[in-house]
Design a binder for this molecule. Structure first.
Ligand code: BMA
Length: 386
């Protein structure tokens, strides 16, 4: 069934699921056992194969991180500067000769036919399958609409986080969004029908004030509840287990303690990330090195994977940004070298891009960056796996 049809099916069944969810939650509240704990038992039958594939992905990232850093690009196969939906196209490939090893995708506006950047959800599922077939890794972010008003992620009007959490009067509307998410994730299967392992990076940049799940719109505890409920619901209620979860703060922290203020807990997180554009813009490479160091140290202590989950210089406004900024930061020390991947944001057009398209003045610098022994594109990553 194509994803759009599946969405319709989800919408039809959502009322029934909400009822079950409410009953379970309230039953749990009465007995003192969270309903998520109750349904957790159901997932013990989780397919071993799924677990194996997920462990392979985790191990692969751990192995890579010892000596290399994978290069990733948002929406790489979907469009680039001057093209859209051309099979096989990629701005990273046209510029540096190979596809990225990691591909970022975005699920904002789930429930519509297209995501918030105009990419059909059916196509996104297809790109994730293609990326997997090529041996690449997909990471998925979700600029979710606020479930009550359906305003976009950046709209901070009328946010009442408590109302969408378990027990809140709008919780059912949140469940409706999670069901759409679950339906999409269930579509992610390879040609043999096996679930494709991927990285889910929800509720990112939670220390900023630009998203409805940011600092100004919810308490740390409410954020943690939101994050935990999302993961618990997918895993325990929907039995979706073929993903690693990334915790992906923006640069608004300066110590392990402040990095962890909204951390949902070790049981909920596999990857510790950092999204940082601002420190590059301000020329504060020193701060990025410190922040990546904090992430890397914590990952080591907690036996997690560290990653530079989002970064870039829009329109490559900083000359030779790839070698004079990004590579310097990544090579700064043992800690920064220990991150598993770095991902830059999307190439919409010449007014908004992060990978220089072919023949752009920054192409040579980008190639130099990609040629560095530490940085892996797709082909090099495949060779390493063998
Ligand atoms: C932002 C910009 C927006 C886009 C959003 C979600 O950084 O690229 O144009 O809609 O990410 O992908």
């Amino acid at each position: 069934m194509c994803f759009t049809k599946k969405v319709e099916k989800v919408k039809r069944t959502v009322g029934r699921i909400q009822d079950v969810s409410k009953r379970l939650f309230f039953a749990g509240a009465i007995t003192g056992v969270s309903f998520l704990t109750v349904v957790a038992g159901c997932s013990s039958t989780a397919n071993n194969n799924v677990d194996n594939e997920l462990e392979k992905l985790r191990n692969s990232l751990n192995e890579v991180s010892k000596d290399y850093i994978l290069f990733g690009h948002q929406d790489d196969l979907a469009y680039g500067v001057g093209w859209k939906a051309v099979r096989g196209n990629s701005d990273v490939k046209s510029s540096a000769g190979d596809y990225p090893a990691l591909f970022g995708w975005e699920l904002g506006n789930l429930g519509d036919a297209e995501n918030l950047d105009g990419v059909p959800f059916d196509s996104i599922a297809g790109y994730i399958k293609t990326a997997h077939a090529m041996g690449g890794i997909s990471t998925v972010s979700w600029h979710a609409r606020y479930p009550v008003t359906n305003f976009d992620s950046w709209n901070l009007t009328d946010i009442d986080m408590q109302s969408i959490l378990p027990g809140g009067e709008n919780h059912a509307l949140f469940i409706e969004k999670l069901d759409l998410l679950a339906a999409f994730f269930l579509e992610l299967k390879d040609e043999n029908g096996n679930p494709i392992p991927f990285i889910f990076r929800p509720w990112h940049e939670m220390y900023g004030n630009w998203f409805w799940w940011g600092r100004s719109k919810c308490t740390d505890q409410q954020f943690i509840d939101l994050f935990r409920f999302t993961i618990d619901y997918l895993k325990n209620q929907k039995n979706i287990t073929h993903f690693l979860t990334a915790f992906s703060p923006d640069n608004g922290f300066d110590s392990e303690e402040t990095y962890l203020e909204r951390y949902p807990g070790d049981d909920y997180v596999d990857i510790l990330g950092l999204d940082d554009y601002g420190d590059f813009r301000r020329g504060r490479l020193d701060l990025i090195v410190i922040k990546l160091g904090i992430v890397s140290d914590l990952a080591k202590k907690k036996n997690k994977i560290a990653a530079f989950t989002e970064t870039g210089s829009d329109r490559i406004a900083i000359k030779n940004w790839y070698t004079s900024n990004l590579l310097q930061v990544l090579k700064a020390n043992e800690k920064t070298r220990n991150i598993a991947w770095v991902m830059v944001w999307r190439n919409r057009d010449l007014d908004h891009f992060y990978v220089p398209p072919a023949n752009h003045a920054e192409q040579e610098d980008f190639k130099l960056f990609c040629d560095d022994k530490m940085i892996l594109l797709l082909d090099e990553y495949q060779k390493l796996k063998k």
